[in-house]
Ligand binder design. Structure first.
Ligand code: 5AD
Ligand code: SF4
Length: 484
């Protein structure tokens, strides 16, 4: 492919624009495919590599849906691909470094297939500097688009193939809501359902509010219709997605409707299992907790990122709650949702985190009884407020803190599994286990991974399994034949 940068529409995303947010109306746009794109991909194969969070996984399902609508066929091998899209994550620096390395590796396939287009999508192109780097140094990349313009993919592919141009389009904007998007879901009985996009929290370390635009909620009826359709297709579980799902509905102008209301309405669709992520402790409200308590469909597991157990660090992170408020929410959850499992995210080595701050995080981990956590060393993200904060903590100390924290977290993980020993649990069977084809793997209501022997015909069903052994990362069990 000729890469002479003829068509480049390049609206450089600036963090300043992203910060100046208004509460104006959000446009709801209906995706419609121009018939001229319909056969664009016939005879061509695509591969999408997804990095990062569930929002990216859901976006990749949309990209796949659009590509297949215009005739592309999926492949798993780069050798046979005509289009490879890297759907990227910008949350930490090491995630990004992996992508640059991957572009280098994939560019070799262009030697044998000069028409291969390598596309960069997702959060990375939304960062300032990334588009410039591609323009200057990454000539293997022929297509760049961000999180706001996935629906324009047919047009970009058209331009890229037919005019042999390099297409780069990234918008820095507040964002719209696009409905009616085609999707190829990765799973046959578990589905991601976006309920909102963007984030307005502006935690000082986090790049997401800049890469994904402002908070905007999908209309309840659109979400309910999507879930009803999933139920009719035999889906057993939905996970409602948003960067801060507890802010759902806050942007509606003339409608009082929150996540709690949505959970009560979705329960009526008959979907057997509902999960939602990610929750922000400040916005988690009583109605949501009551939905978890009263609705059988809402699973008794909550991922509630705390980030730190030190009030001073929480203040500097702009998390808008104290550890006391966090613990109040945890206790409220435990009081109402009997046996709830709570998991979290924690960052160590935030700028100038003292030993005392860190010890307070360890204390909170013990007090909250977390049953799992994603733990990270703070990663400086250019343009975010925390990137300018002074930091006197060495990398070595940060690594030590992460190891220590992980010891505490792992102990909680194990304890969380042990409490189910000898119990009979409802398990949604996912598929054969990764290690042994003869063994099935599934998830319990509390989101614990469990392995047990059983026929493959059970995949996609909810079955009763008795827990026979609790390991650190998983449970082992025995299928209850007669209770099925
Ligand atoms: N450095 C380290 N971890 C981060 N996270 C977000 N931004 C950063 C950063 N700059 C973590 C938070 C968040 C999770 C998705 O990623 O813990 O909850
Ligand atoms: Fe990032 Fe905070 Fe928004 Fe989560 S709530 S996406 S950590 S800014």
């Amino acid at each position: 492919m000729k890469k002479d940068d003829i068509k480049i529409e390049h609206l450089v995303p600036t963090f300043k624009d992203a910060r100046r947010r208004t509460r104006g109306d959000v446009d709801n746009i209906n995706f419609e495919l121009d018939p001229k794109y319909l056969n664009l991909g016939i005879g061509k194969k695509y591969l999408i590599q997804t990095y990062g969070c569930q929002a990216n996984e859901a976006d990749s399902e949309v990209m796949a849906g659009i590509l297949e609508k215009i005739g592309f066929e999926k492949t798993d091998s780069p050798e046979t691909s005509d289009l490879i899209i890297l759907n990227t994550c910008a949350i930490r620096e090491n995630a990004e470094n992996r992508i640059w390395g991957e572009i280098g590796r994939l560019s070799h396939y262009q030697k044998t297939n000069p028409d291969l287009i390598i596309g960069l999508a997702g959060c990375m192109p939304q960062e300032p500097g990334v588009v410039e780097r591609i323009l200057k140094k990454q000539h293997a990349v022929g297509l760049v688009f961000g999180t706001h313009n996935i629906h324009l993919l047919p047009e970009y592919i058209y331009d890229a193939y037919l005019s042999k141009e390099r297409v780069i389009q990234v918008y820095s904007k507040e964002g719209e809501i696009i409905e009616n998007l085609p999707k190829i879901r990765n799973h046959k009985f578990k589905a991601w359902v976006n309920i909102m996009y963007g984030c307005d929290e502006f935690c000082t370390y986090c790049i997401v509010p800049y890469t994904r635009g402002k908070e905007r909620s999908r209309l309840p009826e659109d979400i309910i219709d999507e879930v009803k359709k999933l139920v009719s297709e035999g889906y057993q579980e939905v996970t409602l997605l948003g960067q801060n799902v507890n802010a759902y509905g806050k942007d509606f102008i003339d409608l009082e409707y929150t996540l709690g209301d949505l959970l009560f309405d979705l329960d009526k669709t008959g979907i057997p299992r509902i999960r939602f992520t990610t929750s922000h402790p400040r916005d988690l409200d009583l109605k949501t907790i009551l939905a978890m308590k009263e609705l059988k469909s809402v699973m008794p597991h909550l991922h509630l990122p705390v980030q730190s157990g030190s009030n001073e660090i929480l203040r500097r992170m702009n998390r808008k709650y104290t550890k006391e408020v966090y613990m109040e929410k945890v206790n409220l959850l435990k009081e109402h949702v009997k046996g709830i499992s709570i998991t979290t995210d924690i960052i160590v080595g935030f700028p100038n985190e003292t030993t005392e701050d860190f010890n307070q995080t360890l204390d909170l981990v013990k007090e909250a009884n977390f049953e799992g956590a994603y733990t990270f060393i703070y990663s400086k993200r250019k343009g975010t407020p925390a990137a300018t904060f002074p930091d006197d903590v060495s990398d070595e100390v940060k690594k030590e803190r992460l190891l220590k924290l992980n010891e505490f977290i792992n102990a909680g993980f194990k304890k969380g599994n042990e409490r189910f020993l000898n119990e009979v649990l409802d398990v949604l069977v996912d598929g054969p286990s990764e290690r042994d084809e003869e063994v099935l793997a599934g998830y319990t209501p509390h989101n614990k991974l469990i392995n047990f022997k059983g026929p493959k015909s059970l995949i996609g069903q909810i079955v009763k399994v008795k827990v026979t052994k609790a390991l650190t990362w998983s449970l082992q069990g025995k299928l209850c034949q007669d209770e099925r």
